[in-house]
Design a protein around this ligand. Structure first.
Ligand SMILES: NC(=O)c1ccc[n+]([C@@H]2O[C@H](COP(=O)([O-])OP(=O)(O)OC[C@H]3O[C@@H](n4cnc5c(N)ncnc54)[C@H](O)[C@@H]3O)[C@@H](O)[C@H]2O)c1
Length: 340
């Protein structure tokens, strides 16, 4: 498909859909965002008008029926993804799907089977792999700069919990929040997680516990190659979005700091300080959202394999299922037992 313009349709213009739409409309040469579909057609129209997108629909099937459109970006709520993936694959179009594909492993498997049968590309929205800091840590591990890897530590804390209505349908902390960190752990280490142990609790808001979830968790991962990983999650950090990693090996370590809106340091007679980190994922990961979409477009145009596959999403999900089970049993759980 090289030298052609790629016509794209986008489904769902909520928080993340608006961001992807803007990138597709303005920041990716060779791409034409042709259609936006949203059940809230006013939201679709407002976004289309702002970005100069020619076609709007309340029904995503308008995108699937359009023979000019070669690729579809799915940003509707999670409970719609699997069905839309199946139909989009059936229409022979390449797919970028926001994470997760679904909260049920059966439906994930049905969606992946449809993609395989249709022979279309599917990239999942694990954008953090495209973050410059984390990509540099992966490079240091892969190139042997830190020697033989021993530990990977991931700190991933949100500034504040989501609304309780969201918590109730989120699939729980491991499927909703830690899923990004499970993918990051696999990406950084370059190997598969065998065993998971979780110690967690409700430390931020009792309403999260009443909804059947937890808000604070420390997860220990044991990889097939012997590397040990930890993931430190909390739904609330008073100083803002805390997203750091450290990798430690036989020849040294590499660590990343948070991203800040400015680099100013203010010094007084009692302390030296700075402004808080970028507040949440929309600000912190903007460039990685653009980079992941650029990679998807590149894969479609050149036929290169996608950077984050459906199988990657499935494996992160299996770790999440094992994590939830470990929290309940208070024992280490084997990941691949949870895929049976
Ligand atoms: N990669 C990330 O870091 C990241 C961040 C946020 C959200 N997400 C994922 O993106 C998805 C959307 O999240 P959000 O926060 O933008 O949600 P949102 O609720 O803000 O937006 C969803 C939009 O989809 C529309 N919609 C609902 N059903 C539809 C349908 N059948 N067809 C077309 N449009 C439909 C809604 O009207 C709404 O405009 C979720 O799966 C979420 O997990 C990923």
């Amino acid at each position: 498909m090289s030298n052609e313009c790629l016509n794209v349709g986008l489904i769902g213009v909520g928080r993340i859909g608006k961001l992807h739409a803007e990138h597709l409309a303005y920041r990716l040469p060779g791409v034409r965002l042709k259609t936006i579909a949203d059940v809230n057609v006013d939201a679709a129209q407002a976004c289309a008008t702002r970005l100069g997108v020619p076609v709007v629909s309340s029904d995503y099937r308008a995108i699937l029926d359009d023979r000019d459109i070669q690729a579809v970006v799915i940003c509707s709520p999670t409970n719609t993804h699997a069905q839309i993936v199946v139909e989009t694959a059936g229409a022979g179009k390449h797919i970028f799907c926001e994470k997760p594909i679904d909260l049920s492993l059966d439906r994930v498997d049905q969606a992946l089977a449809a993609v395989a049968q249709a022979g279309v590309l599917l990239q999942l929205g694990f954008n953090r792999r495209f973050d410059a800091n984390f990509a540099r840590v992966r490079q240091a591990i892969a190139s042997g700069e830190v020697g033989t890897l021993r530990f990977v530590h991931i700190v991933s804390r949100d500034p504040a919990p989501p609304p309780i209505e969201y918590v109730k349908v989120s699939g729980g902390i491991f499927m909703d929040m830690t899923i990004h960190d499970f993918d990051m752990a696999r990406f950084l280490v370059g190997d598969e997680v065998e065993e998971v142990y979780v110690s967690g609790g409700v430390m931020v808001d009792p309403a999260i516990g009443e909804a059947g979830d937890i808000d604070t968790a420390l997860t220990v991962l044991r990889f097939r190659n012997g590397v040990i990983g930890t993931i430190d999650n909390c739904r609330q950090a008073v100083y803002g979005y805390d997203q750091r990693v450290e990798a430690f090996g036989s020849r040294g370590s590499i660590q990343t700091d948070n991203n800040y809106a400015n680099s100013a340091i203010i010094a007084g007679d009692r302390s030296v300080g700075r402004d808080l980190p970028l507040n949440f994922f929309m600000e912190r990961y903007t460039e990685s959202f653009l980079a992941e979409m650029r990679a998807f477009v590149d894969a479609v145009l050149t036929g290169k394999p996608v950077a984050v596959t459906g199988e990657d999403a499935r494996k992160a999900m299996l770790i999440g299922l094992a994590a939830r089970r470990s929290y309940e049993t208070k024992r280490p759980e084997q990941v691949f037992n949870c895929g049976l």
